[in-house]
Write a protein that binds this ligand. Structure first.
Ligand code: AMP
Ligand code: ZN
Length: 113
């Protein structure tokens, strides 16, 4: 499958990896929208939030646990941060491998555009 995030997960495409374990990887976004902006993805291909089910729900919980650990390590637990998942066309998803954006380091606006 020609998936850019699968290629990042298997090392075919270089990225700035900030966390890795056997199931997931976190790397800096190429086009950051905040002073800190990284993406967290499962290594296994899941297309979008539409594909979350009882077989893969544990990985989603694992991703959120790791985000909580990383944001604490980076010192964002006090000031806060935002986790974003864009799903599908109206959600603005451009890469069809599920990913969670983590944005931090400035006051973020609400609602998003
Ligand atoms: P989305 O619009 O939610 O699908 O987000 C896709 C994100 O992937 C965007 O923020 C892009 O800047 C980012 N992105 C695309 N290609 C790469 C890459 N090779 N390395 C890091 N981030 C990427
Ligand atoms: Zn993929």
């Amino acid at each position: 499958m020609d998936c850019i995030f699968c290629k990042i997960a298997n090392g075919e495409i270089e990225s700035n990896i900030i966390y890795e374990d056997e199931k997931i990887i976190a790397f800096n976004d190429l086009d950051p929208k905040a002073p800190t902006h990284f993406l967290v993805i499962p290594k296994n291909h899941i297309s979008s939030a539409n594909e979350i089910n009882e077989d893969n729900e544990a990985i989603i919980g694992h991703i959120f646990k790791v985000i909580s650990k990383l944001t604490k390590e980076f010192g964002f637990d006090k000031k806060g941060f935002r986790i974003v998942n864009n799903c599908g066309e109206d959600g603005g998803q451009t890469v069809n491998h599920i990913h969670f954006h983590v944005l931090a380091g400035r006051q973020l606006q609400w609602p998003p555009g």
